[in-house]
Design a protein around this ligand. Structure first.
Ligand code: NAP
Length: 329
């Protein structure tokens, strides 16, 4: 089969489009014929081996696993002997190993059934970004019950990106009053996703506006914690999921923020959290339903072929994708 592989860390130039052996599923895994895959910043972190601490997991000198890509949607080709919930021919989506390939394996726990009227491209765009948006909004919900009360004021910093375009729509579907923060060229798009207000960060600094929010979902981390807290209700939640610089080489900024969040959250009434998404079948299924019922429509910015993954990653790495970047088989 054809796949994108990398044998050393580096820029998208180190990626190769090669013929390799089709993977075999482990006992609890499913082999999927990939129909579409999607990119996340995660992928270029793996490609670059950055921030460096990531290499403790991916291989110190070179990548232990030469395959790249996580988000995928496709058809089940075969199943491991312990798999009970899927069979050959089922249409699924979720997180796999080496999604930038014609075939990839995934644990059955990290897959959900693709609703019939959701396209493979839409389904592939959902997993990491959609789960992050859904779980962050739930975590930040007032009252801690995972339900956003009607009219809760939610600010999405990074509203035009993969996570942000889902977050705006999911927050609206929960009944929140949503403010999206993005650059000038994305203002109309973010408004069209349902945002009640849009702040163009090239013209206005929302941290100086004097407005207060019940929740801030932050995927950019371009302000200090005290600036975010200034526009947060005294009982509000700040949920950080990412940073525009991706943590740099050593994650100094992210670690400093983590420490600040940890210490501050002990002394203030506001909820301050840095969150990592969990891949669960339940939440994947929930996302599939949100798309099926048209409460959420994935925003697909660009489509690339499998052989064009290097260009696709190069584009995403610039940090200004408008929704999701998808690989179509
Ligand atoms: N914690 C987790 O589990 C988790 C999961 C997924 C992603 N993440 C992280 O979350 C972050 C976002 O991921 P993503 O998939 O949404 O990335 P993305 O698709 O590459 O989007 C990045 C977005 O950031 C926006 N942006 C850049 N500077 C901005 C600023 N100053 N103010 C507001 N928006 C700004 C860009 O919009 P403009 O073009 O309008 O500037 C762009 O749309 C990344 O750091 C990623 O690693 C974390």
């Amino acid at each position: 089969m054809k796949a994108i592989i990398y044998r050393s860390y580096g820029s998208p130039d180190v990626l190769r489009y090669e013929e390799i052996e089709k993977p075999a599923p482990k006992d609890d895994e499913v082999l999927i014929k990939v129909r579409a895959a999607a990119l996340n910043p995660y992928d270029w972190h793996f490609l670059r081996g950055l921030p460096y601490p990531l290499r403790l997991r991916t291989g110190l000198a070179r990548p232990k696993d030469t395959r790249l890509g996580v988000d995928l949607a496709g058809q089940v080709e075969s199943v491991g002997k312990n798999v009970t919930q899927f069979k050959t021919g089922d249409e699924v989506f979720g997180c796999g190993r080496g999604a930038f390939a014609e075939y990839a394996c995934a644990s059955e726990a990290k897959l959900a059934r693709k609703p019939g009227d959701v396209t493979f491209e839409q389904a592939a765009s959902l997993p990491i970004a959609g789960l992050t948006a859904l779980q962050a909004l739930r975590l930040g919900a007032l009252g801690g019950k995972g339900q956003i009360p009607q009219g809760q004021k939610v600010l999405i910093n990074g509203a035009a990106g993969g996570v942000g375009t889902f977050a705006v729509q999911i927050a609206k579907s929960f009944g929140a009053e949503v403010t999206g923060v993005c650059s000038s060229r994305n203002v109309d798009r973010v408004r069209s996703l349902g945002a009640d207000q849009v702040v163009d960060y090239t013209r206005e600094d929302f941290t100086g506006s004097g407005k207060r929010y019940d929740m801030i979902l932050d995927s950019v981390a371009n302000h200090s914690l005290s600036e975010f807290r200034r526009v947060l209700d005294p009982k509000g939640s700040y949920i950080m999921v990412g940073a525009a610089d991706g943590g740099g080489r050593w994650m100094i900024g992210v670690l400093a923020r983590l420490l600040e969040v940890f210490v501050s959250s002990r002394f203030v009434g506001q909820k301050l959290v840095m969150m990592g998404a969990k891949i669960t079948k339940e939440d994947l299924t929930r996302l599939g339903e949100l798309v099926k019922t048209a409460k959420v429509t994935p925003v697909i910015d660009r489509r690339y072929r499998l052989s064009e993954v290097p260009e696709a990653i190069g584009y995403l790495e610039q940090g200004h994708a408008r929704g999701k970047v998808v690989i179509t088989m």
